[in-house]
Design a protein around this ligand. Structure first.
Ligand code: ZN
Length: 338
């Protein structure tokens, strides 16, 4: 039996439901196709991570606005991890991460992988116009757009949301990478879940994308965007105990570590304290999977320090997120010339 339910209408109660109550309205992951004046649909995915409700709130607001009028463009809305949303979690322990299992993922074979591949096929057949994946993160981050192609049509789409744009090629299996093969695609990070400003920002962005007659292909002026690329993903090894603001772990991260997000840090910035005898407190891997821990970090006098200028993103104080996903990404400015 397929995990996916496809509908061509908005179910009763959907526009009012909280993320935690969606399981009473939807059977599970659901793809809703709605008509609009221009037939090639905008694809929007929400709740790939069950605790990130800004996408739901934003789409409820957009759909309520168009309740009595035709959408400017057809819309296909994918509501992802309804089960995890019930519990307010990114994913359940027995589930894969719903944003690591799209075509291009390192692994394959689960029912969830098959579902995501099916969705990409469905949207390709419908001649998808563009793709938007709406997320939240847990630390203090500005709102920003992410993309997986250095391409002007992608930049134009991203700039409708934010002038801060992050280019990345890992992790694999993300929604925006899978859709990049068939249309302009971005992921937008809208700050913390439940935030009013993130919801309005995401809703305005989706509405602007719905109103586009075409995505411009002419060059974006380089002064119009702050383009960064991820150079490493940073994790805390399983064997290392850690705390945020605590004292008695192998790794004691700085209390306000998420205040460092999107700040260009000098070499020698302290991220935490490391217990005596603890060999590697942190693990950084570059986009090819090479260990670059010692390139970016050093332990000196029991302190975990940066070794070179770098800008972290998605640093979080949430221990579960650090274990399930990562501590942060490291970024550098990308000088890109078309
Ligand atoms: Zn997310």
């Amino acid at each position: 039996m397929s995990l996916l339910t496809e509908l061509d209408y908005i179910p009763d109660g959907f526009l009012q439901a909280e993320a935690g109550d969606l399981h009473k309205i939807l059977q599970g992951p659901t793809l809703i196709h709605l008509p609009g004046r221009r037939p090639e649909p905008l694809f929007v995915s929400i709740l790939l991570h069950g605790n990130e409700d800004t996408g739901l709130l934003a789409m409820q607001s957009v759909l309520a606005k168009y309740a009595n009028q035709e959408l400017p463009r057809a819309l296909s809305l994918f509501i992802g991890n309804v089960d995890a949303a019930r519990d307010g979690l990114r994913r359940l322990e027995n589930q894969p991460d719903y944003n690591r299992i799209w075509p291009g993922a390192d692994e394959n074979g689960s029912a969830e992988h098959a579902m995501m591949a099916k969705i990409v096929n469905i949207m390709q057949e419908r001649k998808v116009f563009a793709s938007i994946d709406i997320h939240n993160n847990t630390g203090l981050n500005p709102h920003y757009a992410c993309l997986n192609r250095l391409n002007h049509s992608f930049f134009h789409l991203a700039l409708l949301f934010s002038r801060i744009v992050v280019y990345f090629t890992t992790p694999k299996g993300v929604q925006s990478e899978a859709f990049a093969a068939i249309c302009p695609a971005v992921t937008v990070e809208c700050g913390k879940p439940g935030g009013q400003s993130g919801t309005e920002h995401a809703a305005n962005f989706v509405e602007a994308a719905l109103h586009l007659s075409a995505i411009p292909a002419h060059p974006v002026a380089s002064h119009d965007l702050d383009l960064f690329h991820t150079v490493a993903v940073v994790k805390v090894p399983e064997a290392i105990t850690f705390s945020v603001g605590g004292m008695d772990s192998d790794l004691s991260l700085e209390e306000n570590i998420d205040h460092l997000n999107f700040r260009e840090l000098e070499a020698g910035t302290r991220l935490g304290l490391v217990a005596t005898g603890c060999p590697i407190a942190i693990e950084a891997k570059d986009e090819s999977g090479n260990d670059v821990s010692h390139h970016h970090f050093e332990i000196r006098n029991g302190q975990l320090l940066t070794r070179r200028p770098v800008m972290p993103a998605m640093l979080t104080r949430d221990a579960r997120i650090i274990r399930q996903d990562c501590l942060c990404y490291l970024m550098e400015r990308l000088a890109w010339h078309p």
